[in-house]
Design a binder for this molecule. Structure first.
Ligand code: 0GY
Length: 293
């Protein structure tokens, strides 16, 4: 593990907000354990181990019913740790994979069978080497017939650069962490307006209203500056938002959040029962378990 790595909180508080039965944590990861699932040679960080058993313990402690496990960049395009987590969840987890353009059809079929429903394109330079646009488009064309979607991770400043590429994608597109806005700016201000415009212009786009711990400058336990951004999206696009913990919170440097506190933010960004039902159950179920709808 990197010398400055902050491990996840092993004893998060019990949230005061009671999650509705059926709630889905749509953004979490597994790391290793490294002795079983070694990290990728091309990784940009080496985390602590954070295996699926610990993730299921957290799920039960917080009161979630299901998870979406997003392939972490420290495992590159070796999806075995994530797939192992899906298998051990007994149907209670679906996944988002990382694949390269030369991925075999057979591997895509196996991932689909294991419960993968999307791929992630990571544009954050500190996390992953850039994939050529042609490769991304070819991956998009290969996964579209499976009914998968594409998850985009980028910084707000990169939106201009990637706009044409992401708006041309033939699938549903999920943007991580609201496109990482600067929450020191007003939520109604000019900078976030570009992201709202993206959501308005392209109805195939969804946003995760996630990562107060990463975006907030006010910090824990209330993360006040994060709230207006997430609430604006939840209220304006109630059927196109998703929530997740981001456990085990890779690359946090300022502090390690208490996951119970993160759950307590939900009623502040989704203040009515109808908004909570959409955010926590209907939207993720439609994307990851449509057959149960
Ligand atoms: C996140 C954020 C980060 C890392 C990863 O896959 C990853 O390594 O997603 C980050 O460092 O900002 O969404 O988990």
């Amino acid at each position: 593990m990197d010398p400055d790595w902050l491990p996840f909180d092993p004893e998060p508080s019990k949230p005061v907000f009671q999650l509705p039965v059926g709630a889905v944590d749509t953004h979490c990861h597994v790391f290793g354990p490294a002795h079983e699932f070694p990290f990728a040679a091309e990784r940009k960080y080496t985390p602590c181990d954070a295996g699926s058993d610990q993730l299921w313990e957290l799920r039960d402690h917080l009161g979630f019913t299901r998870n979406v496990v997003v392939q972490a960049t420290c495992h590159g395009s070796d999806n075995r740790a994530m797939v192992n987590a899906l298998e051990s969840s007994k149907g209670k987890a679906r996944g988002v994979a990382t694949v390269r353009a030369d991925v075999a059809d057979e591997e895509l079929q196996q991932l689909n069978h294991a419960g993968v429903r999307g791929v992630r394109f990571n544009f954050v330079k500190r996390l992953a080497d850039k994939l050529p646009t042609d490769d991304l488009l070819s991956i998009a064309e290969r996964i579209a017939p499976l009914g998968w979607h594409i998850v985009i991770y980028s910084e707000a400043e990169e939106l201009d650069e990637i706009w044409d590429l992401i708006t041309a994608l033939p699938t549903k597109v999920v943007v991580d962490h609201m496109g990482r806005p600067d929450v020191g700016q007003p939520a109604e201000g000019q900078k976030f307006a570009q992201f709202i415009e993206l959501m308005e212009m392209f109805p195939n786009f969804l946003s995760k209203v996630t990562c107060p711990e990463r975006l907030s400058k006010n910090g824990p336990p209330n993360y006040d500056d994060f709230v207006p951004f997430a609430r604006l999206l939840v209220e304006r696009f109630p059927d196109r938002v998703l929530w997740g913990t981001d456990w085990p919170h890779p690359n946090m440097k300022s502090h390690m959040p208490d996951d119970g506190h993160l759950v307590n933010i939900i009623p502040r960004i989704a203040p009515t029962q109808a908004l909570q039902q959409a955010l926590l159950i209907d939207n993720p179920m439609g994307l990851y378990w449509p057959e149960e709808g």
